[in-house]
Design a protein around this ligand. Sequence first.
Ligand code: BES
Ligand code: ZN
Length: 593
Amino acid sequence: MTDPHSYARPAEARVTDVALDLRADFTRKVFEGSATLTLHVAGDAREVVLDTRGLEIQRVADAKGAALTYAFGPDDPILGRALTIALPADRKTVVVRYRTTPEAEALQWLSPAQTAGGAHPYLFSQGQAILTRTWIPTQDSPAVRQTYRARIVVPSALRAVMSAEALTPDGTPIEGGRAFEFTLEQPVPPYLIAIAIGHIAFKAVGPRSGVYAEPSVVDRAASEFVDLEKMIEAAEALGGPYRWGRYDVLVLPPSFPFGGMENPRVTFATPTILAGDRSLTSLIAHELAHSWSGNLVTNATWRDFWLNEGFTTYFENRIMEQLYGVPRARMLEVLGRRELANELASLEDKPGDQILHIDLTGRNPDDGVTSIAYDKGAAFVRMIEATAGRERFDPWLRGYFDRHAFTSLTTAEFLEDLRANLIAGDAPLEQTLQLDEWLEKPGLPANATAPTSDAFTVVERQVTRFTGGTPASSLETKAWTTQEWQHFLASLPATLSETQLLDLDHAFGFSKSGNSEVLCAWLRIGIRHRYHPAMPALERFLTSQGRRKFLKPLYEDLMATDWGKAEAKHIYAVARPTYHAVSTTTLDPIVGR
Ligand code: BES
Ligand code: ZN
């Protein structure tokens, strides 16, 4: 198996450990220092190939400091440049002295104004899928697992947090700054090496969990995530022991481009899930689930991404079911299935992109980050569970994590395991599962289970009453949860009158909603109808947070209309400098620069 998104040839020479020694320069927006790589080398190999993108290499040396010769390959806009280094005499250690550039796509250097406190700058990294090579010269393939350690020097007032064990939680004062040391002894794919630096406080939540956030946010974050320990226990009941020591959540400034990122030991999360009522914590269940599906057992290439996200989306739902009951889990599952239906509709002309085992050769692996990997992947796992029954499926799943712990798997290897340990010669079961249909064909196979929610049936009845003329204030919506509101908004007819929109907004305060999911869904309805009262909220939402999942549909909706085009370009001109490169890379082709 070769990884089309890495230049490395790990069968010849493979990186097994990365030791970083870096200084964060907030004035120039660069890291500068060295990466010491430990190699495992095959007998006849003469060189080691690393992935880099936009790195300035200053010197490559052996463990004693003697220079090693090196050369760059051609520059590719997505993959970057191969860095080929002649092996040192000990065939074991190479030291790369280097500097990042301010354009490094993994890194976002925030000005103080982009933080909650407004007084200190902030930096965070986002490695997945192939961005780690923009700040660390290493073999950036998910099949090349590496342990890592780091010494990071930051300005005295700031704290560094990494996806590793903190050896000096408060840092050590040194001349001109503060040094933080970390180590991660479990081998991980390089996309999980992550860092954040800022004015960051910590608050414990459970015995092995807590939250990091800016001081003005940390209490809100701790109260939103009170259930962390219960969540870890629910996950352990399904996946086996949590193998990473601590589980903390770092709440980032609002420009964080994702909802969450499963960095080991510390999930990075958007502040847009701080709804105040714990209604969006399924996102934490999702990132926690990656501690098994993704971080313990990892997709070997980005073609196998569904192994990470499909399993995790399924696992997330099992955690939610165990913690909050079947009705809540079914609602979430129905919402996911709607996402999938919408995605399939939008990929109508691209059947190849509807395939779980999607061929991404020559493409940006980001192209595979769609509801297909997540929700079709989860539907596949759910179908296997439903067909085999939980009494067979659950022990298989637990065993799958144990058998492949700390390894990276291809789709073929997953299939091999499923056949050996779950199907085990049961020909009728093999036949019923339709594995090839699920993995290699577009669309949603006919044996998919159809999730249903009684709570949502109740919601639909209220939509019918509303469209039949009942005023919004007379609808029975008492004690509705966020999920019910999401379903309500999604079930409204495609066209509403201005009077109806005003009625809904007055009764339920959608334009003022502090719930990011509800607000985003409402704003999309607002754009579709050019509903003026929502426009200030729309502009505020687009300029106050940078989560790609919210930005992309809103800008797309705006760009689909004449009046909206001008509005989108105007807002984007102001907001673009505050967004992370992950978001602008997606948005530039939509809005235009
Ligand atoms: N690992 C992903 C985020 C990701 C995927 C980053 C691919 C870069 C490339 C993370 O676990 C995730 O899926 N986040 C979702 C939230 C989740 C609840 C669906 C997000 O950010 O929206
Ligand atoms: Zn995920």
